[in-house]
Design a binder for this molecule. Structure first.
Ligand SMILES: [Zn+2]
Length: 284
């Protein structure tokens, strides 16, 4: 018999970012660069779709001058294509209308996760940890620490702010995984017909963060032990429920998971997301 929960998981890929591995794995060499997918997840629930994370703010990445302005926060050669918006394109690819999203939750407010909030601000409440939003809004600079103020300082947003672990909807639970940011959260998804997954997002970018219990390279709190503890918590929850933990930005695991869910691509830069269209800040 079906239990209350999520009916279907539809992974989205909003683009790819080219970053030093040292951002993903604590202690990794800066000279090694990885092309990492930027994920989102649609969950089919009563009345529509529940969206986890919203990817980039595409207009910023496609406007040469805005992009140059953001260079200090590491926005360099993200691959997002040039036609339309990443939200539009990712949704179109899976045949879902962004207007049918009834609720949104963001893992944290970095520019590669909160950039699409504006698409949903007028019709869907946005879940986030209270401490994440408080911290982000308290910053005086407009774009510090991979935060892009225009993404989240939006009077239209109907915030639903949690403090620690909280059930967001039947079958969707936010789990506090502080470390990568002060209020990062991951998600446990229970499927109505049994089984489920734990989505780490940036608590564990790569499979090796999970396997080796290695902290993210970027730990905003400075508390590396707390970040490792967050990974252990996710693994413990998954072990107890018999679920797998899906890492947030793994170049191999994410496309594999996408295929496993029956959603082929866009899994590689160069197909839907054309690397030829990525412009570098110096114009080359
Ligand atoms: Zn990220």
């Amino acid at each position: 018999m079906a239990r209350p929960g999520v009916r279907r998981i539809v992974p989205l890929t909003f683009g790819w970012e080219h970053i030093p591995k040292s951002i993903s794995v604590h202690g990794a060499p800066e000279s090694v660069r990885l092309r990492e997918p930027v994920p989102g997840i649609l969950l089919e629930v009563d009345g529509g779709w529940f969206l986890l994370d919203t990817g980039f703010n595409t207009p910023i990445l496609l406007d040469e001058q805005l992009r140059r302005r953001m260079v200090h926060m590491g926005i360099e050669d993200e691959l997002v294509g040039t036609v339309g918006d990443t939200i539009e394109r990712a949704f179109e690819h899976v045949g879902v209308d962004p207007a049918d999203v009834v609720e949104v939750a963001v893992s944290h407010l970095h520019y590669d996760h909160a950039g699409g909030i504006r698409w949903f601000a007028e019709h869907a409440p946005i879940h986030c940890q209270q401490r994440e939003l408080d911290h982000a809004l308290a910053q005086r600079a407009p774009e510090p620490q991979a935060l892009c103020r225009v993404d989240f300082d939006d009077h239209r947003i109907d915030w639903r702010l949690g403090d620690g672990d909280v059930e967001l909807a039947p079958g969707i639970t936010a789990v506090a995984t502080y470390g990568h940011t002060v209020g990062h959260q991951s998600f446990v998804v229970d499927l109505a017909d049994g089984g489920g997954f734990v989505f780490a997002f940036d608590a564990a970018d790569l499979q090796e963060n999970l396997d080796g219990e290695l902290a993210p390279g970027s730990v905003a709190t400075g508390d590396v032990a707390e970040a490792v503890e967050s990974i252990r918590r996710l693994k413990a929850i998954a072990a107890e429920k018999g679920y797998r933990v899906i890492p947030g930005h793994d170049p191999v695991a994410w496309p594999a998971f996408t295929a496993e869910m029956g959603c082929q691509g866009p899994t590689e830069p160069g197909r839907l997301l054309d690397p030829g269209t990525a412009r570098r800040p110096d114009g080359h």
